[in-house]
Design a protein around this ligand. Structure first.
Ligand code: GRF
Length: 207
């Protein structure tokens, strides 16, 4: 892909992931342009972060839709108004039924090593609490292509962090988030360079 990759961002919350992408773009380490940020909650702080950087914002409030199909259709209608080479979920706590137009062009990041501690009920601090309660010795993050099931699509890359004695959900979350901050931009760069080949559940990273 020549020139910056055009991104659309879906978010529900504080927008730290969005901020990381904005920072990487501004630092010059990610050749991208964020065309639009779509929020599923009108009061999501991530929308304010977008506005602070002059990025167009659209609200598609999840609570206004009874069916996930209608909610998803409205998101797609909004996205169609912008150029989006890649749609990235950035703390987006809803399911988005992906239309054919965006098949293989929607990414998500999850703050655990999929297929552990993932799925509909695993978001925010709950993920890290579940990791600590289970007693695993490592955790991490996963960047994957999204499909129509929570945290399910083909895995692009994973980063591992240790779980340390005395960790709290907050301390583990911080350690994982540091990895997220380099993993997500890296996955976006690989996509931009045309290096991600999806075959069924598997993603090969081409040289
Ligand atoms: C991150 O932990 C990410 O893995 C998950 O949502 C969290 C970020 O949310 N998908 P936010 O960007 O702080 O709103």
């Amino acid at each position: 892909m020549q020139g910056p990759i055009h991104l659309a961002v879906l978010l529900s919350g504080t927008g730290r992931t969005l901020q990381n992408i904005i920072d990487k773009i501004e630092q010059g380490s990610l050749d991208a342009r964020i065309e639009v940020v779509v929020g599923s909650h009108a009061d999501a702080f991530g929308l304010q972060r977008a506005k602070n950087h002059g990025i167009p914002v659209v609200v598609v409030e999840k609570k206004r839709y009874k069916r996930i199909e209608e909610f998803s259709d409205e998101i797609t209608t909004q996205l169609r108004k912008y150029r989006a080479d890649l749609v990235i979920m950035a703390g987006f706590n809803c399911l988005y039924k992906i239309p054919d137009k965006y098949a293989g062009r929607v990414m998500n990041i999850h703050p655990a090593l999929i297929p552990s501690f993932c799925g509909r009920d695993f978001w925010g601090k709950k993920v890290h609490k579940a990791v600590l309660d289970y007693g695993t010795k490592v955790s991490g993050c996963t960047v994957h292509f999204a499909d129509n099931t929570y945290d399910n699509g083909p895995i692009i890359l994973q980063r591992v962090v240790p779980v340390i004695n005395g960790d709290t959900p907050e301390s583990l979350a911080d350690r994982v988030f540091k990895e997220e901050c380099s993993a997500y931009p890296e996955a976006i760069r690989l996509f931009q360079q045309g290096k991600l080949k999806i075959e069924g559940r598997k993603v090969s990273i081409l040289p």
